[in-house]
Design a protein around this ligand. Sequence first.
Ligand SMILES: Cc1ncc(C[n+]2csc(CCOP(=O)(O)OP(=O)(O)O)c2C)c(N)n1
Length: 578
Amino acid sequence: MPHPAIATEDRQEKGTEQRELTGSEILLRCLIREGVDTIFGYPGGAVLPIYDSLYHEEIRHVLARHEQGAIHMAEGYARVTGKPGVVIATSGPGATNLVTGIANAQMDSIPLVCITGNVPQNLIGTDAFQEADITGITMPITKHNYFVTDVRDLARVVREAFVIASTGRPGPVLIDIPKDVSNAKTSLEFPDKVFIRGYQPTTDPHPLQVQKLHAAISEAERPVILAGGGVVTSGADQELKAFAEQAQIPVATTLMGIGGFSGQHPLWMGMPGMHGTYAANHALLECDLLIGIGARFDDRVTMGRLDKFAKGAKIAHIDIDPAEIGKNVDAYIPIVGDVKKVLQAALDGLPRSRSADWLRRIEEWKRQYPVTFRPSEKTLKPQWVIRHLYETTGGDAIVTTDVGQHQMWVAQYFRFARPRSFITSGGLGTMGFGFPAALGAQIANPDRVVICVTGDGGFQMTAQELAIAALENIPVKVAVINNRCLGMVRQWQEVFYQERYSEVDLSGSPDFVKLAEAYGVKGLRARTEEEAKRAWQGALAHPGPVVVDFEIDPAENVYPMVAPGSGLDEMIMGDEEA
Ligand SMILES: Cc1ncc(C[n+]2csc(CCOP(=O)(O)OP(=O)(O)O)c2C)c(N)n1
């Protein structure tokens, strides 16, 4: 079944508004018709007509302080709502400042519609002021992109962009609009359905493949589910729960899959891979059936050592994107389809696996080798901080992170019970993502607690967006896990480069409490557990945005750890966990 917005033949269904409008007016009418309530952006010469039209429209625009901030806000918004996030930037530097966010969205399958202005078409190719070939630049990092040459195409292009961004495997779509097109006039015709040649994502699974999956499950003694971001994206958490319970299969959730299966469920084994749990990694090593669901078997899970990965297992791979099947691992049972629909189909007649002994063994691993840390009287432990954030919110918060050690500690110690609650940069590993993503997530969910756990390095990449938190009173709670260094890089230099610490010292960073206050945001600091408890309580009680600077021991490392190039059987447990 195609998406309801995709026509099955070359026929467009049209709305009726016939008055002559400019390209920029058409653009905004189309965005409103798509249900867009918030645009994140930054103006400039090439988008002046669009911003002039915006002046007359009742649509919320968040004026970020950097285009990277704007696009990560749009990503945070999209990740928690499932709706495409919308960002606008001007030509040249405005457009190129979006590039990191676009690549991030492409890697993490985030639906985005990115609108850029460009110089008028008569200046294209002349190295005009603020000219950049943004469609060329973003060709490999967008799901699709458009350079609009005729205002009469604009309404159709916007409709197509939303359909492409949000259907199949979601992703970023860019629309580059030269200034002459946004100024040109035509009558507006809304196309309701669009025909996109070659784009008909397969959503329903082949029944024969589902039968094969049933047969494999009924024979399996050591089955494992590897649940990825596709479970969250397709809204299949309830189906996955029923599937795992009915077939009695333990579940590992990848970084992107966290929240797709409750971290409080007895069948949950935690995250696998480089900083994964002993139970999840050993289950992947020893399973006889591995069911990958909306997961892409990337190198942070397999360690690139496919020779050692699930060696004795049949692999079933469920994914909406046929290009993922067979990309990293050979699938014995490939199933192309929307994860939710595949699981719904598979639940009908789903057999129980013969996993009783296996589940007992996994329970034993979980009991014997939990993710743990040694408490300290002297220093504030980051793991303790994350566990405290978890306990004080009952796990019912949206948490965004940046990239580095703190990100892994959140993945390990915060037990997410709900999907769309853990918002992190998984594929691209984008420092600077966490804070603006939290602002976007909070804008979409004003009533939920939104926490940004960030590093002192990553926070400084997009901290200028504190202005937005203050101005719009967006009550995000920022927890800076401050180790005064680039912690994850420092850890690698300690473990793999014989403690040669090269350019990881972040001396010269601002006082984060004063930085927050300079923007009109509440700032608090904690160096001990007592101070941390008090500061965090104050942060949660405060109705507006807060930055809490948790000063931790710079020598703290993330364990367990698997060295790159090693197999999952070579886990470094760390002295605390050994
Ligand atoms: C934009 C960007 N530049 C560089 C890196 C490489 N990198 C990965 S983790 C890391 C250190 C992060 O330090 P910090 O933000 O303080 O977090 P911590 O690891 O200390 O928790 C760096 C530099 C990256 N992921 N993203």
